[in-house]
Write a protein that binds this ligand. Sequence first.
Ligand code: XIL
Length: 375
Amino acid sequence: MKKSSMLMTTIGVLAATSCATAQPSLKDAFKDKFLVGAALNESQFTEQNAAQAALVKQQFNTITAENVMKWEKIHPTPDKFDFGPAVRFVEFGTNNGMVIIGHTLVWHSQTPAWVFADGKGGPADRATLLARMSNHIHTVVSRYKGRVKGWDVVNEALNEDGSLRPSPWLKIIGEDYLVKAFEFAHAADPDAELYYNDFSLENEPKRDGAVRLVKKLQAAGVRVHGIGTQTHAKMDWPSPELVDDTLTAFGKLGVKVMITELDIDLLPARSRDRSADVSRRDTADPALNPYPNGLPDSMQQALAKRYGEIFAVYAKHADKISRVTFWGVTDGDSWLNNWPIRGRTSYPLPFDRTGRPKPAFTEILKAAAEPSRLD
Ligand code: XIL
């Protein structure tokens, strides 16, 4: 038996056991390549869900706030910051020696309407919105100075064709809102890493737009330390080639490259729209929720293969990737149970609803052990 296949058999046996101590971990498997993390919800980082908190500690060395640092949560009204849940999130990461990622400072979504309004029924003016942005970023970033390692400073500023999204930020402030956001964040914590984050960056026009955007920021003298590609993937998108090309392109920017919100949606879609726009809402239909009582083995294996092929590309680009973060811990807590259709049973992550590793987990570990599969 080849040494590597013996190793794989061992990993397979270990992965099949539910005993948390015997289980191999993603963070160890990739420790020479990149950090591996998950986005956490409140029940996980407060340890109310003790089993999932234990799974997080065992498997991951970096965590991202799934919701609690978004503007609507942390700064719901003009004079009120609510740091409670975010403090618990940061404590969980600090107590467990994890790299903590703040998500997100400037976004058009999950941002209260008052931010963009003048209070008299019209839009805020440029000076007002810049002052609000500055106040928000300074207050939030300086609060976690030295504890949050990096921030998604701007989230989803691009359209699918690579042009700038006509968000209220762009319409009210103008193109320099991005420069300002990064400047404010750098001033608030000069040691924090600052990232640009977006979805569908594997598609060429949007990828090119992201490259232009980062280069513009760099030309403006702004500190941008990383680019995050969310990678809310499907079974047939993005192809390994698209992922490969994207990582190569981003690697040339001289910044860290991160996979920030990985999941693979295997449920049938209503439309051909593959974007991860949180505002998308499709109507429910039983035909679009085919596995309410469990995933057939054929689909389980197909998902495993798909995870394996994606991680083989990540392993190949380990020299430029600093982190791979899953958007959720187990299938049951994934946002894809409620987006873009509410109330579906989704299976997008490497751990099932009971926290057990799925065949996908084993394929991911194989990619760590066989980095040269693609060469
Ligand atoms: C999602 C959360 O997972 C959900 O709980 C919430 O209801 C909506 O937002 N892109 C992002 C994330 O940058 O912040 C989004 O998170 C998923 C898409």
